[in-house]
Design a protein around this ligand. Sequence first.
Ligand code: NAD
Length: 496
Amino acid sequence: MSKPLIGHLIAGQPYCDNGQRQPLYNPATGAVCGEVLLAQPATVERAIDAAQSAYPAWRDTPPLKRARVMFALKALLEAHADELCELITDQHGKVLHDALGELQRGIENIEYAAGAPELLKGDYSRNVGANIDSWSDMQPLGVVAGITPFNFPAMVPLWMWPLAVVCGNCFILKPSERDPAVALRIAELAQQAGLPPGVLNVVNGGREVVEQLLDDHRIKAVSFVGSTPIAASIYARGSAAGKRVQALGGAKNHAVIMPDADLDNAVSALMGAAFGSCGERCMAISAAVAVGDATADALVARLRTAMAELRIGSGRDNSNDMGPLISAEHRDKVIGYLQTGVEQGAELVVDGRDAQLPAAGYFLGASLFDRVDASMSIYRDEIFGPVLCLLRVPDLAAAMQLIDDHQYGNGTAIFTRDGEAARYFCDNISVGMVGVNVPLPVPVAYHSFGGWKRSLFGDLSAYGPDGVRFYTQRKTVTQRWPSSGVRDGISYSFPS
Ligand code: NAD
């Protein structure tokens, strides 16, 4: 059977150039499952041209009509959910039930975008001066671009382009070159839903494509989600070129477990948040901070038991809890951290290399380190794999100090029955998204998603109300209609 070739989507049509082809792997088998075309510069040009040509008519299309495309797209995504989840699982590796959760969270962004007429209403003031009215309008920016990571190949693109296009922009999406199939398929379904040609274009590729998008003056704004070093460079390069940029980066998310926490609940929460999607989530909990040795000892004992029951295997088998990592290189990198952690003095309580794993594919079992401290690279770095580090602290203040001192500030959680402690934690912690007895506090589509510190470069978070602000620029009109025959004299003083 021939392997699929993932090309581009430009002006509503599939497009293939003579660019380089890169193999795509199924992480559960290690087998090549297709190829992706890396766009040539002329292809990126073509996509920008298509978006520019589509822009004037789309900008003037009533928001209600733009929103109706979203209703149709939601129905199509639901009807194609099985197919889309299989595309996610076969290229990313996550288990089908997890892929369905990702798709559902993506669809919620389409539901939010379907509120475009309400979201774009603006503000109106009558009689700001005698017979003078004023209003603020939220106008689109023009052609905007999105660059997305491998770990949520359906959801993260859906954080971006539906909201951007309902606001009247035209969009160029550059998905991860490691699992691009699902984003392209969703873009095809968007054409079927009635999105006019050129409003959404997909170009595949890597660094060169991104740099071309960043440097092209016709692209007015860039949304990026990926690792912190790349996010920082995208922010710097895009802003220097005069663009609006939001660049979301990596994370090290801490869960604080207080001595009074419901430990059964905390352990279940930690298992899902640390090892779901093989730890390849920017909101994964990768550091558990136990307050007091008794809490730490109890946690370690329960985690060890729960980890022995983890079902690891192909994402196509919905009875599994955890699939493979994205690539052989990434698995080797995570294994490297297991070795470094031991060398640096942490106690490897559960070693994922000892797990029973399928023979092929990029599998690695879940690992637990105890007695980790803040100097160790397993704690300082984002490992992005199924590795949970446990740190022991004497009190909540010490736990909060650790979190505040970390370079990342994406998500965090506290497990406790003490409302006063939880409220203090929420109020004072230097992190953008906080959970109380909720391990993955990913905001719903009608809030916004964004970390602090080196987890987000830019002023606005992704999607939700911040997304509307990001994809629009405010224009304020002040207007009067003087009665005919009535003429004002000249005034040289500032109007007040
Ligand atoms: P990545 O940074 O390697 O790649 C992200 C995107 O950038 C891809 O489309 C890739 O093609 C492109 N890219 C890669 N190198 C580039 C370069 N040198 N110049 C320009 N573009 C480049 O990230 P990844 O490995 O695909 O995804 C995992 C990372 O994303 C993790 O760090 C994770 O925490 C982060 N992430 C963050 C969030 C968030 O919301 N903060 C969400 C999901 C993932």
